[in-house]
Ligand binder design. Structure first.
Ligand code: ADP
Length: 267
């Protein structure tokens, strides 16, 4: 009987091993599939703007004498815009790689939220040129310990999206409130909002809600980077739809430090 039990035990262990091996093989295949999809997506995002640059530059070279000045100006504008898009994409890829390598070490220092929001808004003035911007920050916002470079990048990515996905002439609102141990910042727009099923997925790398979003100057990395940067500062960022009207709302929460020494504020 003991021998029989030992045999059964050995068989059971063997089965567990087999199932584990299968699991591992499936996981490896899934990782491989994801890596392939990622490479295809990155190649596409690099080649599309590059093709436009090459096309415009070749036309300029081959047809130089026959081109009207406006046509030349258009081609040059294409070259510059598409090169900027490539630049942005590569900068985003680098940020993403740094995040995934755990190489983003925030440089936390006491920052006035209102001032930092103001600076970020000045930086995105050009992208928000066709929108109305409403800033609604409570007057009692505490000083936070933030990395101003990361924080500005987060706001930039969220405001840039609001500008891209909400129609010209609509209002983009930046609201800031203190909520207990957190400061809550909401970026509200009046665009189409997000399908409910996508409110979490938009933070995935390269995820886009609509196929047509790929055509706009996006990289699909902005929100993944925003989340990585916010989490590096011990905050959270989530997406939702506005209840009052159409449009998306992105909410950033950041912890209020227990105590900031007066010398830090003076610094
Ligand atoms: P992208 O470079 O494509 O904008 P993001 O990571 O910033 O990449 O955003 C991912 C996707 O989430 C976008 O492609 C878009 O489909 C959706 N999205 C982001 N912000 C908004 C918004 N304010 N309104 C509607 N959809 C949005």
């Amino acid at each position: 009987l003991l021998d029989a039990l030992a045999d059964m035990g050995a068989l059971a262990i063997e089965r567990v091993r087999l199932v584990e091996d299968l699991d591992r093989a499936e996981r490896a295949a899934e990782t491989d599939r994801l890596r392939q999809a990622l490479l295809t997506s990155i190649s596409h995002d690099l080649r599309t703007p590059l093709a436009s640059v090459l096309g415009a530059a070749s036309t300029l070279r081959d047809l130089d004498a026959d081109l009207a000045p406006e046509a030349k100006a258009d081609l040059l504008a294409t070259i510059i815009a598409e090169s900027e898009r490539l630049n942005r994409f590569i900068a985003n890829l680098l940020d993403m790689t740094r995040l995934e390598a755990g190489a983003v070490a925030p440089n936390l220092a006491p920052q006035d939220v209102a001032e930092t929001v103001d600076t970020a808004l000045r930086r995105v003035e050009a992208v928000l040129a066709d929108h109305r911007v409403a800033v609604d920050l409570a007057s009692d916002l505490p000083v936070l310990r933030l990395d101003p470079v990361l924080f500005e990048q987060v706001l930039f990515n969220l405001l840039d999206n609001a500008a891209k996905y909400a129609p010209a002439g609509s209002t983009v609102t930046v609201r800031g409130r203190r909520e207990g141990a957190f400061v809550r910042l909401d970026i509200l727009d009046e665009g189409d909002g997000l399908p409910e099923a996508d409110v979490e997925r938009v933070f995935d790398k390269f995820y886009r809600v609509r196929k047509s979003d790929r055509v706009r100057a996006g990289t699909g990395l902005g929100l993944a980077i925003a989340r990585g940067f916010v989490e590096a500062m011990r905050g959270t960022v989530t997406a939702a739809n506005r209840r009052d009207r159409g449009g998306a709302v992105f909410t950033v929460t950041l912890p209020v430090p227990a105590r900031i020494a007066p010398k830090d504020i003076a610094a």
